[in-house]
Design a protein around this ligand. Structure first.
Ligand code: GLN
Ligand code: ZN
Length: 739
């Protein structure tokens, strides 16, 4: 008799069906509601999500990642790892100060959570840290959950100690010493949960899927040995990739664990399962329902589950689960009535994923074993047969660069693309979207704004202009709505951080261009000035990484489809007289896979997609790219392989290290290191910028190779800040040039 299947969840969206949490937070921050009001909304949203999971019939409902801002921050507070600079503040203020900063205490850093587009607040721990537990809110949450779903098992979801320490920024202290301090605190939590009648706890340990996990064996063994003491069964939860077989062999033997959850939608956990003997005492959490995809799992999950059952044999209890928390997908696809029914029926958000999990858990053994026929959607023949020539830029940089635009004496000044997005601009765009403005009226307003931007740049004396991007609310959405193959949701909000939510576009089919997307605005801008205006596009990898991709064809193919569409746009811009074309790829670095071994393959196609977009141009047309974050040392070769004529990159927080690294590598093309931080309202002084620019000159780069620009686009700034800042930047470049 094969063991029965059960089901579980690993977390749920916490925004509320109507973004109640976002609204409650913002009203609280605006002093329009009390802390009690905020907690009441938060509780109501949690209760609603518990009821949804209960009603769907999930056997073990995970509770614990519901939050006012960020679950990692919640653990920082609960464990008592609050940095001293926040200590003087009263409780709730202290919590939000850590998230958002106050005058005398800057916020904790934000960082991407294990390669997702969710950002967590990075704990800061130094040698003086003396963790002190405060679990009241967590225990209350568990009690509320128990009350809400009656006798139904709820399973507390805890951020595991080793992963917590891994996520933290450690200052002058080693992981093992921090862990030693934290373990008694964790043990106390487990004891308190046990006293409440809790039967089992989920420990999230996604650090186990990292390449670095191989070196974390001692940490894990120490930790779980210490936590085995309260004798509360622990279910270790991993997600986002597979656990390497060598790591898996010691994870299944960790003391005190009664279960282990694995992600079967990414990496290759199935192969490892087939090679090993899974201990009968260990429940296997089978993450077969993809918690990071909005597509139905109907085709993939049943055969995967069947294969898992076959691999582990009859004696093992299997729990059917989402691969991770469902907070990476929106709540309910049923409200997306604008998405055509044929597409909607293949989409699956949190509510639908719950149903899939429960339905799968009811499956008799053997079903799905033959492999439900995978929907073979016709693959795009075009991207299968791309000519290699399309990826090659000719002639070589040394030959083409002299034909391109350059500033005599070097240190040419420019900006990264966007200018301030004022209330007025936003209003104009919304009115047009609502149909309250005709296209002619709308264009005339946009053109007026472009004219303003050009006038400002003229007055400032910049060398290379931009049109200002005032027609774009978002650098991905703007292109998505113009290309075929994208769908947009009305209510598909996914948390980026805190009260910030985004609605990622969904790639639903083959992507192609139906006509020029940016040429009109370029022409308007270029028509107003003698200075060269940069064409401004978003790169294929960034469009892909900030969307929900298809699952029926590879990411590589999707990137090439977008790349081909961009290639046509580049050609049209060039034909319209554009001499400098910038293709932004800020998400290229972010999209790196969790495991180092997978980097090369990802970078291969991401770089090729960039070249596919940009290598069709004349020698005299200058291709610029903007990669945003400066964290690039480990992808230098890939950046070089992009073959952009100019590379602009964030650099405000370092001196000339970035240029040194590039020079040491032998990077020989033009570089535009950001000379001031656009995230700060502070206007940089002429001398500060001039000094920095002069530093660049000393690295050994010909000054003709160095461009002077801000770190990133200026859309979040005010004109009152932008104008003096750029004025100083231009003066600084002149000063540096004169030296
Ligand atoms: N061109 C874009 C802008 O200026 C680049 C944005 C980005 O790098 N994230 O807004
Ligand atoms: Zn940027």
């Amino acid at each position: 008799m094969p063991a029965a299947l059960s089901s579980a969840t690993l977390g749920y969206p916490r925004v509320g069906r109507n973004r109640e949490m976002k609204k409650a937070l913002e009203s609280h921050w605006g002093a329009q509601s009390t802390a009690a009001d905020l907690h009441a909304v938060s509780e109501a949203v949690l209760v609603d999500s518990l009821r949804a999971q209960h009603a769907a019939g999930v056997a073990r409902i995970a509770v614990g990642d519901h939050t006012l801002y960020d679950p990692v921050l919640d653990w920082t507070r609960r464990l008592g790892c609050v940095p001293p600079r926040f200590a003087h503040l009263p409780a709730l203020d202290r919590y939000f100060a850590m998230a958002r900063g106050v005058d005398d205490a800057p916020a904790l850093d934000l960082s991407k959570f294990f390669g997702t587009n969710y950002h967590y607040l990075v704990p800061e721990i130094d040698a003086a840290a003396a963790p002190r537990p405060d679990f009241a809110d967590f225990l209350d949450m568990i009690r509320l959950a128990q009350d809400t779903v009656g006798n139904h098992p709820v399973v507390p979801l805890v951020l595991g100690p080793v992963t917590y320490v891994h996520l933290a920024k450690l200052e002058g202290v080693e992981a093992k010493d921090v862990l030693a301090k934290l373990l008694p605190v964790y043990a106390q939590l487990l004891a308190e949960l046990k006293a409440m009648g809790v039967k089992e706890v989920m420990m999230q340990e996604p650090a186990l899927v990292l390449t670095e996990a191989a070196e974390m064996k001692d940490l894990y063994q120490t930790a779980y040995k210490a936590l085995a003491e309260p004798r509360l069964p622990l279910h270790v939860v991993t997600f986002f990739d597979s656990v390497d077989p060598a790591v898996l062999s010691w994870v299944v033997a960790l003391p005190g664990i009664n279960g282990l959850s694995l992600d079967f939608t990414r990496g290759n956990n199935l192969a490892a399962l087939k090679e090993m003997t899974w201990p009968n005492s260990l429940r296997l959490g089978a993450g077969v329902v993809d918690g990071r995809s909005v597509w139905t799992d109907a085709d993939t999950a049943p055969p995967m589950l069947a294969a898992i059952r076959e691999a582990v044999g009859d004696g093992v209890e299997i729990s059917v689960q989402p691969s991770c928390s469902l907070h990476y997908v929106p709540i309910d696809v049923e409200c997306e009535t604008d998405i055509p029914k044929e597409i909607r029926s293949r989409l699956s958000f949190a509510v639908q994923k719950l149903d899939t999990v429960v339905a799968l858990a009811k499956q008799p053994a053997g079903s799905g074993a033959k492999g439900a026929q995978m929907d073979q959607i016709v693959q795009d023949a075009i991207t299968d047969a791309l000519d290699e020539e399309l990826f090659v830029r000719e002639p070589k940089f040394e030959r083409r660069r002299p034909q391109q635009f350059s500033v005599p004496g070097g240190f040419g000044t420019t900006t990264i693309g966007s200018f301030p997005q004022t209330k007025e601009i936003r209003r104009v765009r919304t009115q047009f979207k609502k149909g309250n403005l005709s296209e002619v009226e709308y264009h005339s307003m946009i053109d007026k704004q472009i004219g303003f931007c050009i006038g400002v740049q003229e007055a400032l004396g910049l060398d290379v202009f931009v049109h200002g991007e005032c027609e774009r609310s978002d650098m991905v959405e703007y292109f998505g709505v113009k290309l075929t193959g994208f769908a947009f949701t009305k209510n598909g909000w996914v948390q980026s951080f805190g009260s910030r939510y985004v609605r990622p576009p969904i790639i639903t089919g083959d992507v192609s261009r139906t006509g020029p997307m940016t040429v009109r605005e370029f022409k308007i801008a270029q028509g107003m000035t003698e200075k060269p205006v940069k064409g401004m596009l978003t790169g294929a990898t960034t469009i892909l990484n900030w969307s929900f991709p298809r699952k029926d064809i590879s990411h590589e193919k999707q990137a090439y489809q977008i790349g081909l569409a961009l290639r046509d746009e580049v050609a049209d811009l060039e034909a319209a007289g554009c001499k400098i074309i910038q293709v932004d790829d800020p998400a290229l670095r972010e999209g790196l896979p969790l495991k180092h071994k997978d980097w090369a393959e990802y970078l291969r196609w991401a770089v090729r997609a960039f070249r596919l977009s940009t290598s069709g141009v004349q020698a005299a047309t200058q291709i610029v790219t903007h990669l945003c974050y400066a964290d690039f040392e480990d992808i230098l070769q890939a950046i070089d392989d992009m073959q952009a004529d100019v590379l602009t990159i964030e650099n405000s927080r370092s001196g000339d290290e970035m240029l040194r690294v590039l020079a040491e590598f032998g990077y020989a093309r033009d570089i535009g290191p950001g000379v001031y931080d656009i995230h700060s309202p502070v206007v940089p002084g002429v001398d500060a910028v001039a000094e920095r620019v002069a530093l660049f000159g000393k690295v050994g780069l010909a000054r003709e190779r160095v461009w002077v620009n801000p770190d990133c686009g200026l859309k979040t700034r005010k004109w009152e800040q932008v104008i003096p800042a750029l004025k100083n930047m231009v003066a600084a470049a002149e000063k540096a040039r004169a030296k």
